[in-house]
Design a protein around this ligand. Structure first.
Ligand SMILES: Cc1cc2nc3c(=O)[nH]c(=O)nc-3n(C[C@H](O)[C@H](O)[C@H](O)COP(=O)(O)OP(=O)(O)OC[C@H]3O[C@@H](n4cnc5c(N)ncnc54)[C@H](O)[C@@H]3O)c2cc1C
Length: 317
């Protein structure tokens, strides 16, 4: 049976959250296309294969010293090796910095079409239609791929994470990966020690409406602490130095998908919404009833955040 193949992302000995979402995407595509979900683990030694096999029925490993650090050249060779060795219909890649970097190369190597940054799939008579945002989310495009095989990248939060619990098979694919033209000299954690808000289940996010750094700390940081969540911000707040860049949500910041996202004093510009629209419950607090954030809010509170948030804190106790 043909496979829909997830290319697993991993770092520091752990699979990324995005990989678990891709496993869910692969399952949905596979069931629509009469195929089977599978995953490829491209690494130095295949040590995460058993972990990955909890999420998909088949894992194919390509293990080679040249895969120790991600490079587009080496990853493309390794994906091609798996596709050449197995019956693969579709290759599913995270729309992450690395995924964007190598997905098009993979499509070139396989001679097939690619759809990038998808957020939904639909099946029409065995054909898959991919939906993706364009013009900063103002327009949604629907695309199909006409070639036999396809490559698709998916934005974070497009699918829920697949639950662990299976025990898939692990098959090594032999491949000789030649050294990449890119040399990784050093891997630097750009925000070492800083918080990863993309993992938070509760986020309280403040925008320019919080007025200044002290007030931002007073209302946003304190409410986040009270709720046991993380605090975050829109870009003007970060640009003004009221909080650090690791906490920026949006197109040029982080994509977050918490259970609860409280947006206070945030207008809801498309670039901000791009990073938080996948949140399960969005509570917007804004004194402007016409603020665009209310278009995507689950609950909207029209009011002054400096009155609403203290009242919320008092109610929480
Ligand atoms: C290429 C590009 C990338 C970008 N990337 C990002 C990004 O990653 N993240 C991001 O956030 N933005 C990003 N932006 C900026 C984006 O376009 C907006 O300018 C920004 O999101 C606006 O931030 P804001 O909502 O905090 O501020 P504003 O748009 O100024 O909104 C402030 C809101 O606070 C409300 N308000 C004021 N006082 C109160 C009060 N007392 N109580 C309640 N409400 C009040 C106002 O009614 C208003 O709606 C990007 C822009 C570009 C061009």
């Amino acid at each position: 049976m043909a496979r829909i193949l997830v290319i697993a992302e991993h770092r520091n000995g752990a699979l990324s959250e995005g990989t678990l979402e891709l496993c869910k995407a692969a399952k949905a595509i596979a069931s629509a296309a009469g195929a089977q979900p599978a995953a490829a683990l491209l690494s130095k030694d295949g040590s995460l294969a058993a972990e990955l096999a909890k999420y998909v029925p088949e894992v194919f490993t390509v293990s080679d010293g040249n895969l120790e650090n991600y490079t587009a050249d080496a990853y493309t060779q390794a994906v091609k090796a798996v596709v050449d060795a197995q019956d693969v219909k579709g290759v599913v890649i995270a729309h992450s910095y690395d995924g964007v970097d190598f997905a098009a190369k993979v499509a070139m190597a396989l001679g097939c079409g690619i759809v990038s940054n998808c957020n939904k799939i639909e099946a029409q008579g065995g054909n898959i239609t991919f939906t993706r945002n364009t013009y900063n989310g103002k327009i949604q495009e629907q695309k199909t791929v006409k070639t036999d095989k396809f490559v698709a990248t998916f934005e974070k939060g497009a699918f829920d994470k697949e639950e662990a619990g299976g025990a898939g098979s692990v098959t090594a694919v032999s491949a000789s990966i030649s050294a990449s033209r890119t040399k990784v000299k050093e891997v630097v954690e750009t925000m070492a020690g800083s918080v990863d808000i993309s993992q938070a289940t509760i986020i309280v996010s403040g925008g320019r409406g919080t007025k200044d750094k002290d007030k931002y700390n007073d209302v946003i940081v304190n409410l986040a602490k009270k709720l046991g969540g993380e605090y975050a911000a829109s870009r003007p707040v970060v640009d003004s130095g009221w909080t650090d860049a690791a906490r920026q949500v949006g197109q040029s910041g982080k994509t977050v998908t918490p259970k609860l996202y409280i947006a206070a004093g945030i207008s809801g510009a498309i670039q901000h919404v791009a990073g938080m629209k996948g949140s399960q419950c969005i509570v917007a607090i804004n004194k402007d009833p016409e603020a665009p954030i209310f278009n995507i809010a689950t609950y909207g509170i029209v009011g002054d955040l400096f009155e609403v948030i203290p009242a919320m804190m008092e109610a929480i106790g």
